[in-house]
Design a protein around this ligand. Structure first.
Ligand code: SAH
Ligand code: AVI
Length: 337
């Protein structure tokens, strides 16, 4: 498949960030089809990639700072421990981060590299959220003026073939974002990374591990209500993108652990009967009191489920890193193909 990119050079003070946007146009047709499919299904759903407009990305950053949301700080502590080893001889390569968000974690790796080594690297953050990618890339250029940064606005589930592939690379897929993909989707996704990996390329993936229900449920039901705001914001995204008239206040945030599937499910539950008009796609939707719109799955993993997934995707596990409580794992992989 071929995609055309819009090339932008964003100037912030004296730093120039090169950005490639492969999403224009495609996003508009994707969102129309995805939302029509989701809101006409018997269990209504909205794909979670639509959480991330500028406000959604900011709310996710706020979630990462919450005391209840243990995954971010736990993964960051693991990365701090392994960064010196990972970065010691990492030169003249690309560091490609899929779903890069605010770049907090890549800074841990970049900080562990010598400045002279960093000057030989290119960082390629890939994200669907253009505004947050621009801001994060500019911040990174200010922090590391010697680093080359190429921001790529793209959907990592179907546009990995747009990535430059001429240099050896380490791919990073952190934050347990893999848990937001269905099991089959995650295999296809990992297979597509495995296919573009050269023999010495590496992939590091962060996995949130299965643990006591109370700990996981608290992480998605924080006392400040930020996760609730994040969940409801997806309706504002549809209001803005599809000229819809959702009232987010008519919905309750619902997040619970579904043990049968080892996943947190997030839903928006209607407080009353609701009629919604999505003008841009000429769709009228009736939602009954008590009915839910399923907005996100966040799967939790075991060592065995990760090993099975890696095997099915054509990836070999090279190293495994965890925190002392085994709440989170960072797994280093290579391609077997
Ligand atoms: N890696 C960061 C951010 C995780 S949040 C961390 O570990 O904290 C998930 C990120 O993936 C968001 O920045 C979101 O905009 C991005 N994202 C979600 N679905 C995506 C998709 N299909 N393609 C590209 N980026 C996506
Ligand atoms: C990005 N992703 C891994 C987060 C998660 O935990 O599934 C998104 C999130 N949803 C609610 N809180 C955080």
């Amino acid at each position: 498949m071929s995609f055309s990119a819009t090339v932008n050079t964003c100037k912030s003070e004296t730093w120039l960030v090169e950005m490639l946007n492969y999403l224009d146009g495609q996003y508009r047709s994707d969102i129309a089809g995805d939302i029509r499919e989701g809101l006409t299904a018997s269990q209504k759903f909205i794909p979670c990639k639509y959480f991330y407009d500028a406000h959604g990305s900011k709310l996710f950053e706020d979630i990462c700072r919450l005391p209840e949301y243990y995954p971010t700080r736990t993964e960051m502590s693991i990365l701090s421990g392994i960064a010196p080893e990972l970065m010691k001889t990492f030169v003249h390569k690309d560091l490609v981060e899929l779903g890069s968000g605010a770049n907090w974690k890549i800074c841990i790796l970049l900080d562990a590299a010598d400045r002279s080594n960093r000057a030989t690297l290119r960082y390629i953050p890939v994200d669907i959220s253009e505004s947050s990618l621009i801001k994060a890339s500019q911040d990174l250029c200010k922090r590391y003026p010697e680093l080359q940064v190429l921001g790529v606005v793209a959907d990592f589930t179907n546009q990995l073939d747009v990535l430059p592939a001429e240099r050896p690379a380490m791919f990073c897929f952190l934050g347990s974002t893999i848990g937001n993909l269905e099991e089959d989707e995650s295999i296809v996704f990992l297979q597509s990374i495995s296919k573009i990996m050269k023999p010495d390329d590496r992939l590091i993936v962060g996995f949130d591990m299965a643990k006591a229900r109370e700990i996981i449920e608290a992480a998605y039901n924080d006392s400040l209500g930020i996760t609730s705001e994040f969940n409801k914001n997806v309706l504002n995204v549809l209001n803005n993108r599809l000229n819809a008239n959702f009232d987010p206040f008519l919905f309750d945030h619902l997040a619970f652990y579904n043990k049968d599937y080892d996943r947190i499910e997030m839903h928006l539950k209607a407080k009353c009967d609701i009629s919604v008009n999505l003008k841009s796609i000429e769709l009228e939707v009736e939602i009954e009191r008590g009915e839910t719109i399923h907005t996100e799955n966040s799967r939790k993993f075991t060592k065995k489920s990760i090993e099975d997934m890696a095997g099915r995707a054509g990836l070999s596990i090279k190293n495994w890193y965890s925190d002392p409580d085994a709440w989170f794992s960072v797994v280093l992989m290579g391609s077997t193909s």
